[in-house]
Design a protein around this ligand. Structure first.
Ligand SMILES: N[C@@H](CCC(=O)N[C@@H](CS)C(=O)NCC(=O)O)C(=O)O
Length: 201
């Protein structure tokens, strides 16, 4: 298995899941500005969408889309803590969260990373929208260590990564005490510590 990743990007969520599962994997760095691999190869030949994560699950077989990759990893390794089994009602709660993080939080951050977008649009439109979703997410974590149930799930791996972007987006996290507590606690989780160290290598 090989993960195409960019340090600090959402591909970190897949690496965290890989480390939660204790799976062997090789890692190939992608320069998202040039869409090149370290050896100069064209990343579009791996993923025509040009985005990370992309996971080579078999020789010449690439799976893309963060939420789909995470589900694939949990299901193929029968880890029902990360994602409850098909038919278990709790599965759809975790998937509900995973899709919310992907489409609302993750994609809510994207315009704020865009240097071409005028500061006024960021301040008046995109930041308040993201802050509303963060307020909602902060409420979900009231007196709870994880987003759903008693165990760390795929949704926690993904939310951790999105929260790691907040300082770069000048989002004042003091407004979200539950998110701050949750993020600091997850940083100490072995699979997350390992993933953060690996990305720096
Ligand atoms: N729909 C994709 C989007 C992934 C995504 O936005 N990845 C970012 C990094 S966090 C990226 O590669 N951006 C560069 C690009 O899309 O050109 C998914 O959910 O996996």
């Amino acid at each position: 298995m090989k993960l195409y990743y960019t340090p600090g990007a959402c591909s970190l969520a897949v690496r965290i899941v890989i480390n939660e599962l204790g799976l062997p994997c090789t890692y190939e760095k992608v320069n998202l500005s040039t869409k090149k691999l370290s050896n100069g190869d064209d990343f579009y030949k791996v993923n025509p969408k040009g985005s990370v994560p992309a996971l080579e699950i078999k020789r010449n077989e690439i799976l893309t889309e963060n939420a789909a990759i995470q589900q694939y990893l949990a299901d193929t390794h029968h880890n029902t803590n990360l994602l409850p089994a098909v038919g278990d009602d709790r599965r759809y709660r975790v998937l509900e969260l995973l899709n919310f993080i992907s489409t609302e939080l993750h994609k809510g951050c994207a315009p704020l990373f865009n240097p071409a977008l005028p500061a006024e649009a960021k301040t008046n439109i995109f930041k308040p929208t993201l802050q509303n979703k963060l307020t909602y997410t902060n409420r979900l974590l009231e007196n709870k260590p994880y987003l759903y149930g008693d165990t760390f799930t795929l949704a926690d791996a993904y939310l951790f990564v999105v929260l790691s972007w907040m300082p770069h987006l000048q989002i004042d996290m003091s407004k979200y005490p539950n998110l701050t507590r949750y993020f600091e606690a997850l940083k100490k989780r072995p699979a997350i510590t390992k993933s953060l160290v690996e990305e720096q290598q």
